[in-house]
Design a protein around this ligand. Structure first.
Ligand code: T1G
Ligand code: NAD
Length: 650
């Protein structure tokens, strides 16, 4: 039974029990509506306590229903019926009350909560806006300025703040229900406050709206829902609650059917599925309390910071004293920057650095449950490291490489206990980027793989299993993406036009701006290595630039020029002169056509990756692109786009 009822001396206790998160689906809506009617007709019922089973109240409407047309009874009607009920409903909240869950609680006459309660309207993360009265009842309960932060800026209100704002009428110690029932009985003797929707509201000064619009637009990255949420809220303030509800509902329904919302739903479920792949479900990960990182450069220091942030103890190994102090300074600098931004306190900074040990050589390795290698991208160097680790580390310690391109099987060749080895491919900056490509070898043991996924969960990363090929999933698609972009340029399409098109699609940078930032030499050296192996790799414009000393921002110029200390790309006549021998007559191409061309190339490479079994699902490929390569979240990913293209062209 998804909604159960118990009666306790005139108090009806209604419990929503729809695991795993008490989401409000059609059955729940039907049941709540019929109960509201039933209780109003039952003289024995004086008041109703509404709660959710387990650790949370209600995580919102059932998102899984959103791919289908809306079905009656509609949630706004259910909530309006509860709000107008003859017997007052009191929401008893433990844990999360999110989206439709908060809207349901706002439809109740009063709200009590435990200290674990938290309140949010995260609909904008799904490309929609609240659709059941949240934009109208919340400002009337907590004021306009606070409501704007929750409705349009993703602010979560905790229990203490909820009491301060008047969202919660009383804090209740656990056990929740007895306290809520007692509270319900008490309020029956008092004058009840008016329903949320009828509460008076003073319109804020115009600058409150102007400031909010500016703030929200600057963070929206082209997503439309946040500003539309603000508009719905504003409409209700200026034209009254009924007009506001109508505006909210029409906006909700149009966004619900949008491609952007479908893309964000696709990622919502893909991100959750990624943490629990079927083939490791039920396999216990190995315990990891102390980890080591070998190589404290760009990646090693970021990986060490991520491990320390997650509470692990870390032994960082470098090849000399200079390397050790460079790494320690880098990590301390990362934490200091977090402290300055108010993300961590001074005590937390000191505690994290306190769990960092540095070493030249492998002293202390026998204490490590996991070792992640991040030394130079050179097979011989990596093999030498694993030869030493194979001798020194405990047989049950997990050994991992952060290689970007080298076949992990070659790195692990000759390693005693190869079942304890796998690739853990982090992305730069490793303490921030959410993607972790997990690359097992044929020998990798299931519990070692499970430990890789569990580590991702502990680091707050999105794990994606990748098979072994040149560039795994992400770098392989990146190479294809760049090659296609260079093909357009060789065909006469201006560099700036390609970058502008991809920025308008939602990327923070176009492919050429991105390559200037990362450095043109990485791909050039990769092609040179292939040429040295005798593979027929023709010259590309990027090669001519590198040979002319233009490696990107780090040399003051690549595809673009950069003024000293300025990262803004400037069109470069010099670059154009250098690549001219490989460039055809100028060709103008519409932005959409450029986007479609590059999307098709990414999706085709994705398709090949799927057919080769390098990725387990199209959704995994989209996660790689969104969490590792800056693919705009609201576009869902290249495979999602391919699916949409098929849908649109069907
Ligand atoms: N609907 C359907 N399934 C949901 C769900 C939801 N709202 N929330 C979570 N799940 C599933 C999820 O897919 C996973 O499934 C399992 O629950 C556990 O989730 C009218 C329209 C609540 C904080 O945006 O933020 O209300 O993989 O792994 O880390 O205005 O889930 O096990 O099969 O995330 O403990 C607004 C979304 C909806 C909240 C729990 N609500 N959920 O986190 O577990 S729109 C949200 C979360 C709405 C109204 C509108 C989190 C969580 P599976 P999990 P968790
Ligand atoms: P880097 O040059 O910045 O750092 C490598 C570090 O390893 C240096 O500090 C060096 O002193 C140290 N080192 C070398 N040999 C060592 C040894 N035997 N023992 C201990 N320390 C040793 O390189 P990076 O960019 O951090 O790349 C490291 C690895 O991560 C490479 O395999 C690279 O392909 C991979 N990777 C890089 C990126 C990136 O964006 N830079 C992203 C993902 C993966």
């Amino acid at each position: 039974m998804t909604v159960s009822v118990d009666i306790d001396g005139g108090v009806a206790i209604v419990t929503i029990a729809n695991p795993p998160v008490n989401a409000i689906n059609r059955t729940v809506r039907e049941r709540l509506l019929s109960l509201a009617q039933e209780f109003d007709g039952d003289p024995a019922i004086r008041t109703v306590v509404l709660t959710g089973v387990g650790a949370l109240f209600v995580a919102g409407a059932d998102i899984a229903e959103f791919d289908r047309p809306v079905e009656p009874p509609f949630l706004p009607d259910v909530i309006a019926r509860i709000e107008r009920a003859g017997k007052p409903w009191i929401a008893a909240i433990r844990g999360a009350a999110l989206g439709g869950g908060l809207e349901l609680a706002l439809g109740c006459r009063l709200r009590v909560a435990t200290g674990t309660a938290r309140f949010a309207l995260p609909e904008v993360n799904l490309g929609i806006i609240p659709g059941a009265g949240g934009t109208q009842r919340l400002p009337r309960a907590i004021g306009v300025a606070e409501a704007i932060r929750v409705v349009a800026e993703n602010h979560t209100v905790d229990a203490a703040e909820a009491v301060r704002l008047g969202l919660v009428d009383a804090l209740i110690e656990e056990p929740l229900l007895p306290g809520a029932i007692a509270f319900a009985r008490e309020v029956l003797e008092k004058t009840l406050p008016p329903p949320s929707l009828d509460r008076p509201l003073s319109a804020p000064a115009q600058e409150v709206w102007t400031e909010a619009e500016k703030r929200i637009a600057s963070r929206a990255k082209g997503a439309s829902a946040p500003l539309q949420a603000l508009e719905a809220l504003k409409c209700g303030i200026e034209q009254g609650a009924e007009a506001g509800l109508a505006r909210e509902r029409s906006t909700f329904l149009s966004l619900r059917g949008s491609e952007e919302a479908a893309a964000l739903r696709h990622l919502f479920f893909a991100e959750r599925a990624a943490l629990r792949p079927a083939d490791i479900r039920g396999i216990a990960p190995r315990p990891v309390a102390t980890a080591s990182v070998v190589g404290g450069g760009t990646m090693g220091s970021g990986i060490a910071a991520a491990l320390l942030n997650a509470g692990l103890s870390v032994v960082l190994v470098e090849q000399d004293a200079a390397g050790v102090s460079r790494a320690r300074d880098t990590i301390a600098g990362l934490f200091e920057a977090s402290r300055r931004r108010g993300h961590i306190t001074g005590e937390e900074l000191a505690e994290r650095l306190g769990r960092l040990e540095t070493s030249i050589g492998y002293d202390g390795m026998e204490r490590c449950d996991l070792v992640i290698e991040a030394v130079f991208e050179d097979l011989a160097v990596k093999r030498a490291v694993f030869a030493a680790l194979g001798r020194i580390c405990r047989p049950d310690a997990i050994l991992a490489t952060n290689t970007s391109y080298i076949d992990p099987r070659l790195i692990a060749e000759g390693l005693p206990g190869p079942e304890r080895f796998l690739g853990l491919h982090f992305f730069s900056p490793a303490q921030i980027m959410k993607l972790l490509e997990i690359v097992p070898t044929p020998e990798t043991a299931p519990d070692v793989l499970a430990t890789g996924f569990d580590l991702a969960r502990r680091l707050g990363k999105i794990p994606v299993r990748a098979g072994i090929c040149d560039g795994f999933i992400g770098n392989r698609i990146l190479r294809r993406f760049r090659a296609e972009a260079e093909t357009l340029v060789r065909g006469g399409v201006p560099i700036a036009a390609v970058d502008a098109a991809m920025r308008s699609f939602g990327f923070a940078m176009g492919p050429f701006e991105m390559q200037d930032m990362a450095g043109l030499d990485i791909a050039f050296l990769h092609r040179e290595a292939a040429r040295a192996r005798g593979e027929p790799v023709p010259d590309l414009p990027g090669d001519l630039l590198v040979r002319a000393g233009r490696k990107g921002q780090k040399t003051g110029g690549g595809w673009y020029d950069y003024a000293p200390g300025d990262r803004r790309p400037q069109p470069s006549a010099e670059a154009e002169r250098i690549i001219a021998p490989l460039i055809g007559p100028r060709k103008d191409m519409a932005g959409e056509a450029i986007v479609a061309r590059l999307m098709a190339a990414m999706a085709q490479e994705g398709q090949a990756i799927l057919e080769e079994g390098i990725a387990a699902s199209a959704a995994d490929i989209d996660l790689v692109e969104v969490h590792g390569y800056g693919f705009p979240r609201r576009r869902g990913g290249p495979m999602f786009q391919l699916g949409r293209a098929d849908v649109n062209h069907a």
